[in-house]
Design a protein around this ligand. Structure first.
Ligand SMILES: NC(=O)c1ccc[n+]([C@@H]2O[C@H](COP(=O)([O-])OP(=O)(O)OC[C@H]3O[C@@H](n4cnc5c(N)ncnc54)[C@H](O)[C@@H]3O)[C@@H](O)[C@H]2O)c1
Length: 473
C-alpha cells in the first residue's frame, strides 16, 4: 500500500503543523519506520521500534542478512533469534533488499558504515549510496534521519544535497531548543524533514540497553527537530534535542574523541609506569575512589572497534577545511596505534630473557575480538599483533570463542583456524599473549599450563600461583 502522504502546505508557518501531524502519527503508532543498514546499530534499533508497536521495515543491500531475518534467524551474537522471530511472526518487522518499499515509510533512518579509506580519510560512499537509493522513493512529508557517525556538516552538505535532487525541498533554518522541545523556529517551505541522531550503541553492554541510553538529536530546521524528537520519544526513555544537526554530529565525535584521548593517556602512563616499576592498574583503581572529577580508562594492546580508532579522524579531516590542526586527536592516534608494536616488543624481550628469540617462536594469541565478550573484530589490535609477530618470524596461532576461523579481511588474510587452549596445546607454545580478556577463559588454568604469558589486559590479576610466568605489558 502506498503511504498516505501528509499534506505539506507551503504557507509560511504551516510546516510546523505538518511536522506536528507526522509527530501525531508517531505517537499513535500508526507511522511506519524504515531502517537502512541492518548491522550492529540498525538491527537493534529496528527491533526496538518494532517491539514498541511501530510497523518497521529493515532495508539492507546484503540478501544474506535480510533472508536470515525473514526466517527469524540472527547473525549478531548478542541479538537473539527469539527476539527477531517474535517481531517477524507478529508481522511487526520485516527485512528486505527492495528499496522501493521506502515510499511507504513515514520515517527512514540511515545506519550504514562510515569507515576510513586507504588514506585514512572519511569514506562516505555508503552514506552517499544510501541517500541515492532513497532519492527516487522520497515522498513529501517523510522524515529522514542519519545515524551513522560522521563529521559535522554531513547531514546538510552530503545527504540533503543528494535528497534535494529529487526536486523536493528541506531548507536549513535556525531554531532554538531548551533541550526538550523546540522553543522558537523560523517557518518556511519544506517538502520533507531531515535530522541527525548519533547512535550510542555499546554492543553487549549489560547495564544499558539501547532504549535506556539518552538519544541526542538535531534537525536541519525546527520542523525536522520536532518530528525527530517525536519519533525517538516513542522508544527512548530520554531524548536530548540540540539546536542543529551539526551540533548532534559533533556531540558523537566529542564522546568518541574523549574516549580516544583518555585511552591514549592511560596507555602512555602505562608505558611510563612499566619503566618505573609501578602497577598502573593499581593506580587506576586507587584514583577511581575519588568521588568526583575522575573517570577511569584502562590501558590495553591498542584501540579497536568500528568507532574509537576511526571517528576522531572524521573531525581531523573536516578541521583542515578550517585550517585548524586537531593536535590532541593526532597525538592520541599516534600513541594508540603504537600499542600493538609495544606488545610485540614486550613479547620479544620476554623471550630474549629466556634465551629465545622471536624468529621461529610459537605464539598463541588469546582473543581476537576488539573487546571482551563480543563477536566483533573490526579494527582489532589483535590482528595487528598477529601480523607484527609474523613479520618478526614467529609462528602464530590464535583462539577466540567467537571466531572459529579468521576469514579474509580488507587488511589481513591469515588463513588461520582457532586452536583450543587445552593444557597440552598451551604447553606447546613458547608464549601465550592475552589480547582480549574474554570471561570464558580460565586464567589460573592458562598460567598453570603456559610457559610464558604476555598479559595486555591485566586479565591475570587474580592469579595467585606461578606469577613469575606472567609479563604484564
Ligand atoms: N557498532 C557500534 O557499536 C556503533 C556504535 C555507535 C555508532 N556506530 C556507527 O553506526 C554506523 C553503522 O555501524 P554498524 O556497526 O551498524 O555497521 P555494520 O557494518 O554492522 O552494519 C552496516 C550495515 O549496512 C549495510 N549497508 C551497507 N551499505 C548499504 C547501503 N548502501 N544500503 C543499505 N544497507 C547498506 C551493510 O550490509 C550492513 O548490514 C557507523 O557509522 C558506525 O560508526 C556504530
Amino acid at each position: 500500500m502506498e503511504k498516505t502522504v501528509i499534506s505539506v502546505n507551503h504557507q509560511a508557518g504551516a510546516v510546523i503543523e505538518d511536522a506536528a501531524a507526522l509527530s501525531a502519527r508517531f505517537g499513535q503508532k500508526t507511522a511506519r519506520v524504515g531502517v537502512i543498514g541492518l548491522g550492529y546499530v540498525g538491527l537493534p534499533l529496528a527491533l526496538l521500534f518494532s517491539r514498541n508497536g511501530l510497523q518497521t521495515t529493515g532495508f539492507d543491500i546484503d540478501p544474506f542478512k535480510t533472508e536470515k531475518l525473514e526466517r527469524g534467524e540472527t547473525y549478531i551474537k548478542h541479538i537473539s533469534a527469539a527476539a527477531i522471530t517474535a517481531e517477524v511472526s507478529r508481522k511487526q518487522f520485516r527485512a528486505t533488499t527492495d528499496f522501493s518499499g521506502l515510499r511507504q515509510m513515514d520515517a527512514v533512518i540511515i545506519c550504514v558504515p562510515t569507515p576510513l579509506d586507504e588514506h585514512r580519510e572519511p569514506d562516505l560512499s555508503f552514506v552517499r549510496h544510501t541517500a541515492e537509493s532513497i532519492r527516487p522513493h522520497l515522498c513529501s512529508g517523510q522524515l529522514v534521519v542519519l545515524e551513522s557517525t560522521t563529521y559535522p556538516g554531513t547531514t546538510e552538505e552530503v545527504v540533503l544535497a543528494i535528497l534535494e535532487r529529487s526536486g523536493l525541498r528541506c531548507t536549513p533554518r535556525p531554531y532554538t531548543t531548551d533541550g526538550h522541545r523546540v522553543t522558537s523556529s523560523l517557518s518556511g517551505e519544506d517538502d520533507f524533514l531531515l535530522a541527525f541522531s548519533p547512535e550510542r550503541e555499546d554492543p553487549a553492554n549489560a547495564v544499558f540497553q539501547t532504549h535506556q541510553i539518552p538519544k541526542v538529536m538535531g534537525g536541519v530546521n525546527g520542523a525536522s527537530a520536532l518530528a525527530v524528537q517525536a519519533l525517538y520519544g516513542q522508544v527512548f526513555e530520554r531524548t536530548v534535542l540540540v539546536s542543529c544537526s551539526r551540533a548532534a554530529e559533533m556531540t558523537k565525535l566529542l564522546e568518541n574523541i574523549y574516549r580516544c584521548v583518555n585511552i591514549a593517556l592511560v596507555n602512555e602512563l602505562k608505558l611510563l609506569c612499566l619503566r618505573m616499576g609501578i602497577d598502573i592498574w593499581e593506580v587506576i583503581e586507587a584514583a577511581k575512589t575519588k568521588p568526583f572529577g575522575f573517570t577511569a580508562f584502562y590501558p590495553g594492546p591498542g584501540l579497536g572497534g568500528h568507532c574509537i580508532p576511526i571517528d576522531p579522524f572524521y573531525l581531523t579531516w573536516k578541521a583542515r577545511e578550517y585550517e585548524f590542526p586537531t593536535r590532541f586527536i593526532e597525538l592520541a592516534g599516534e600513541i594508540n596505534t603504537a600499542m600493538p608494536g609495544h606488545v610485540v616488543t614486550a613479547a620479544t624481550d620476554a623471550l630474549n630473557r629466556r634465551k629465545q628469540c622471536l624468529q621461529g617462536a610459537r605464539i598463541l594469541i588469546l582473543g581476537v575480538a576488539y573487546k571482551k565478550d563480543i563477536d566483533d573484530l573490526r579494527e582489532s589490535p589483535s590482528l595487528r599483533i598477529i601480523k607484527l609477530l609474523q613479520q618478526g618470524g614467529a609462528i602464530v596461532d590464535y583462539h577466540d570463542p567467537y571466531f572459529p576461523r579468521l576469514h579474509k579481511m580488507r587488511d589481513y588474510d591469515f588463513k588461520l583456524s582457532a586452536v583450543d587452549p587445552t593444557a597440552e596445546a598451551l604447553e606447546g607454545y613458547d608464549a601465550v599473549v592475552i589480547a582480549t580478556e574474554h570471561s570464558s577463559y580460565d586464567y589460573d588454568f592458562i598460567v598453570r599450563h603456559a610457559r610464558l604469558v604476555i598479559d595486555t589486559r591485566n586479565a591475570t590479576h587474580a592469579v595467585k600461583e606461578q606469577r613469575e610466568k606472567i609479563v604484564r605489558c
